[in-house]
Design a protein around this ligand. Structure first.
Ligand code: FGO
Length: 419
């Protein structure tokens, strides 16, 4: 009975967010105060929902590790996290473990800062091969897929009903329905952030590729077409660019559709005052989902950390990857379960019984792709590609001009002409 209660705690803590009047972070803090091995885990989760789930997972792990403790430490958002880690290299101060995008792994490897995860005891046997391959560089696994997301279509079922429309499954249908509802309600129905993240699923669904013959290309015909699609809908007042903040914190009853990360699921669910629909992305053809961008991060372990911390980090990774823990983490955050076995667990089945939409996360993960795994990609996606998208959406440049200029900037950066 006691064992059951302990096993159940992570789910309960994460769901209720407090446990015995303490937050999960308080529980971890108390555990670490007593531990001789405090292993820091720097992360980029800003929001309470995700921080609670993460701390609850750490608290559950720490309970079984006398003398050792994993201490999650928020560093701001993802970009703050990688900035702090880069600064940490120079200052000789990095944590034992951190979240990292694939391009961050490439960058940290250039500085020779990451440890081969298998060498410290990480066992990735049943993890999705796709994720493992993306975190493998020159045959060595450096990252464990901890919180990987795919994009989904979030929509307002009430609005569709009001205008007698069906949820679109192809891009053509999506464009039509967005146009007709926007016209009928006299307000844009498709809301989007003018970012590299939102651009990607349209670009990828239209057949775009960022790497062509080993070269980064962001101004090909498909890229121009994808950006033009956003510009046309914006101009027609069928799409509304959300230039600051998350879409999920601004929902109202004119909101029709967004193509957004599955990690947004808890936020959309709690914010929507309408019946929320969640489906796979509209595809190039009816009945075949569109191609989502895979985002979210992997866990990496740094070379310079003491051996006992590296060992505890590896043990934590194995714990997090256990199907039951992966299932709880995924269902409470919207991230893709890291293993297929997670969806066989009682926890997963119980959750999807009352939240059948969640299965779309797993369905969509079969239609998803990565951005390039090169060390300069973070700079490219934010400072160059996203800047170009914002410029065009703001009406300051045509799609082609903005992307041509961006392509030149990419080439200058990659050839070392600029930094
Ligand atoms: C975010 C960022 C990168 C890279 C992609 C890269 C760096 C994008 C995009 C820029 O874990 P994901 O799926 O979702 C995020 C998660 C944790 O914050 O929760 C999502 N969230 C949070 C609050 C909320 O109200 N709604 C909500 O959806 C949040 O989006 O990662 C997607 C968003 C961005 O951070 O602005 O990944 N991204 N590739 N960031 N630094 N480097 O290479």
């Amino acid at each position: 009975m006691k064992k059951l209660a302990i096993l159940g705690a992570f789910g309960v803590i994460a769901a209720a967010t407090t446990w015995a009047q303490q937050t999960p972070a308080d529980v971890v803090k108390a555990q670490c105060a007593k531990a001789s091995n405090v292993t820091e885990f720097w992360h980029g989760f800003r929001d309470a929902v995700q921080q609670n789930v993460l701390n609850a997972l750490a608290a559950e792990f720490n309970k079984t590790n006398e003398g050792g403790c994993i201490l999650p430490i928020p560093q701001g958002g993802y970009a703050d996290l990688s900035t702090k880690i880069k600064a940490g290299f120079a200052a000789g101060k990095v944590p034992a473990m951190a979240q990292a995008f694939e391009n961050n792994i490439a960058l940290y490897l250039e500085a020779d800062k990451l440890i081969d995860l298998k060498s410290i005891g990480v066992r990735p046997q049943y993890i999705q091969k796709r994720f493992i391959d993306a975190a493998t560089f020159k045959g060595v696994l450096y990252g464990l897929p901890f919180n990987k997301s795919v994009q989904l279509m979030y929509f307002n079922k009430d609005l569709l009903k009001k205008f007698n429309a069906k949820a679109p499954t192809s891009l053509t249908e999506f464009t039509e329905v967005v146009r007709s509802i926007s016209k009928a309600q006299n307000a844009p129905a498709f809301w989007f952030q003018p970012t590299a993240s939102t651009f990607a699923p349209i670009f990828l669904t239209l057949g775009g590729e960022y790497e062509v013959n080993g070269k980064i290309q962001i101004n090909g015909a498909i890229a121009v077409k994808a950006l033009q699609w956003f510009l046309d809908l914006t101009k027609e007042k069928a799409a509304k660019p959300i230039t600051s903040g998350f879409i999920n914190s601004q929902l109202n009853d004119t909101f029709g559709f967004a193509l957004d990360t599955s990690a947004g699921m808890p936020f959309y669910k709690s914010a929507a005052k309408f019946n929320l629909g969640i489906s796979t992305l509209p595809g190039a053809k009816r009945g075949v989902p569109g191609v989502a961008l895979i985002q979210g991060t992997n866990l990496v372990v740094f070379n310079d950390a003491p051996k006992n911390q590296q060992a505890l980090a590896a043990k934590f990774m194995n714990f997090a990857m256990q199907p039951r823990n992966s299932a709880i983490f995924a269902t409470q955050t919207g991230y893709v379960p890291s293993s297929d076995l997670a969806s066989e667990t009682a926890e997963y089945k119980a959750f999807t019984k009352t939240n059948p939409d969640f299965d779309n996360v797993i369905k969509q993960a079969r239609f998803a792709d990565y951005e390039p795994r090169i060390s300069d990609w973070e700079a490219i996606r934010f400072n160059i590609l996203e800047a170009a998208i914002k410029e065009a959406v703001a009406g300051k440049a045509t799609a082609k001009d903005a992307l041509d200029k961006a392509q030149k900037q990419v080439e200058d950066l990659l050839s070392g002409r600029t930094k």
